[in-house]
Design a protein around this ligand. Structure first.
Ligand code: FPP
Length: 244
C-alpha cells in the first residue's frame, strides 16, 4: 500500500514524498575542469550517493534518478562502458550497505540487455529490498518514458489475449504495468544542468508533478540546492486540475 502523506520537514514545511531528478551536466562539469567526461560521471554518481542519503534523512520516501536512457547507447563506447562500470560499483556497494541502512533500491527500465553481472546485482538488490520498508532509491536504467508506456500496453494486450485479465482498463490498472508499479507519482521533478525539457523521463508519472529547473551542474547540486528546490515546491499551489 502506498503511503500518500507528505512528511513535515523543518519549520513544519511538507517534504515531498517522491522526488525525481534528471542527472544532467556531468560532461560539462568535467570539461570545465579539463577532465574526461567519465570523471564527470564518477562525480555525478558520488553526488547521487550524497543526495540519496540526505533525502533519506529529511524524510523523503522515494528518490528516482534518470541515470541512463534508451538513447544514451549512442554515446561513445568508452563512455557507455564507464557508466556501466560505475553502476556496477554502486550496485555492488548498495548490496553490502542497504541491509545495514535499511534502504530499498529498485531499477526501472529494460534491464534484459544489460550484462549478466549487472542483472545479477539488480536481482540481489530487489531481493534485499523486498525485506524492508522505508526509504527507496529508484535508478532508471535503459529507461525511456515512451518505451515504458509501450511495453505496458503490449503486456496488457498479451494478458487480455491469454485470458489473464479482463479487457477493462483504467489508469490505476495501467499504472500496474509500468516499471514504476506501486510507486506514488513524483511530487517534485528536478532538472539540474540548465536544460528545460523532460527528455522522455517519467512521461506518465509526471502528469501533475511540480518542475524545478536549475543551472547548477549535477555533480555540484548540493543539499542546499535541494533545500531550495523543496522550498520552491512549498511555495507552489498544487491544484491537480481543480480550483482552490
Ligand atoms: C548526463 O550528463 C548523465 C548521464 C547520461 C549519466 C549519469 C550516470 C551516472 C551519474 C553514473 C551512475 C549513476 C548512479 C545513480 C550510480 P551529461 O553527460 O549529458 O552531461 P552534459 O550535458 O554536461 O554533457
Amino acid at each position: 500500500m502506498v503511503d500518500n502523506r507528505l512528511n513535515a520537514g523543518e519549520g513544519g514545511n511538507p517534504i515531498p514524498r517522491h522526488i525525481a531528478i534528471i542527472l544532467d551536466g556531468n560532461g560539462r562539469w568535467a570539461k570545465k575542469r579539463g577532465l574526461p567526461r567519465t570523471a564527470g560521471h564518477a562525480a555525478g554518481a558520488e553526488n547521487f550517493r550524497k543526495i540519496a542519503t540526505y533525502c533519506k534523512n529529511i524524510g523523503v520516501k522515494y528518490l528516482t534518478v534518470y541515470a541512463f536512457s534508451t538513447e544514451n547507447w549512442t554515446r561513445p563506447k568508452e563512455e557507455v562502458k564507464a557508466i556501466m562500470k560505475l553502476l556496477d560499483k554502486y550496485l555492488h556497494e548498495a548490496i553490502t550497505t542497504m541491509e545495514r541502512d535499511h534502504i530499498r533500491m529498485r531499477i526501472l527500465g529494460d534491464v534484459s540487455v544489460l550484462s549478466p553481472e549487472l542483472q545479477e546485482e539488480i536481482r540481489e538488490t530487489n531481493e534485499i529490498s523486498s525485506r524492508y520498508e522505508g526509504f527507496q532509491a529508484n535508478i532508471c536504467l535503459n529507461y525511456g518514458g515512451r518505451a515504458e508506456i509501450l511495453q505496458a500496453a503490449k503486456r496488457f494486450a498479451a494478458d487480455v489475449a491469454a485470458g489473464r485479465t479482463e479487457k477493462e482498463l483504467d489508469e490505476a490498472k495501467f499504472g500496474g504495468y509500468l516499471y514504476s508499479a506501486g510507486l506514488p507519482d513524483p511530487d517534485l521533478l528536478i532538472r539540474p544542468g540548465g536544460e528545460k525539457r523532460i527528455s522522455n523521463f517519467l512521461l506518465w508519472q509526471c502528469a501533475y508533478s511540480e518542475f524545478y529547473f536549475s543551472d547548477v551542474l549535477w555533480p555540484d547540486f548540493s543539499t542546499e540546492e535541494l533545500d531550495r528546490a523543496i522550498a520552491e515546491f512549498n511555495r507552489r499551489e498544487r491544484r491537480f486540475g481543480g480550483v482552490k
